[in-house]
Design a binder for this molecule. Structure first.
Ligand code: CO
Length: 134
């Protein structure tokens, strides 16, 4: 069911500092910051040969990553995103297997303009998992 690792998302308290780590210290290609008000984050993409790392900085008072940053003030890995060919089939299979799909189980349009779902970390080895249909 799972395809490629689409991205690893890291929440950072300071996007400029996060960019400096990846661009200047690690020598990666990093995109320009992009505000995503609908998703409550400002994001940059770290382009790697085999996948992407997304650095997310909270945007606005209702940012969904604000609580994460309160629990992890230095930042940290927030979720992994795996590609699937058919997100409804993937969802139905996981629900049948007893997994919890967040947000009522209906796919939303994610930051890349494609349908996404998030899966409960307690059902996936302590990791928040995003599925993206590609
Ligand atoms: Co993501």
């Amino acid at each position: 069911m799972l395809g490629r690792l689409n991205h690893v998302a890291i929440v950072v308290p300071d996007l400029k500092a996060g960019i400096a780590i990846y661009r200047d210290m690690l020598g990666a290609r990093v995109s320009e910051p992009r505000a995503e008000p609908d998703h409550g984050v400002t994001v940059v993409f770290v382009e790697l040969p085999n996948t992407k790392v997304e650095l997310l900085e909270p945007l606005g008072e209702d940012s969904p990553v604000k609580g994460f940053l309160e629990r992890n003030p230095a930042g940290g890995i927030h979720h992994l995103c795996y590609e699937v060919a058919d997100i409804i089939a993937a969802r139905d299979r996981l629900i049948a297997a007893g997994a919890r799909v967040l947000g009522g189980g209906e796919p939303r349009i994610g930051a890349h303009g494609k349908p996404v779902l998030f899966l409960h970390p307690k059902d996936f080895a302590g990791t928040l998992v995003e599925l993206e249909e590609v």
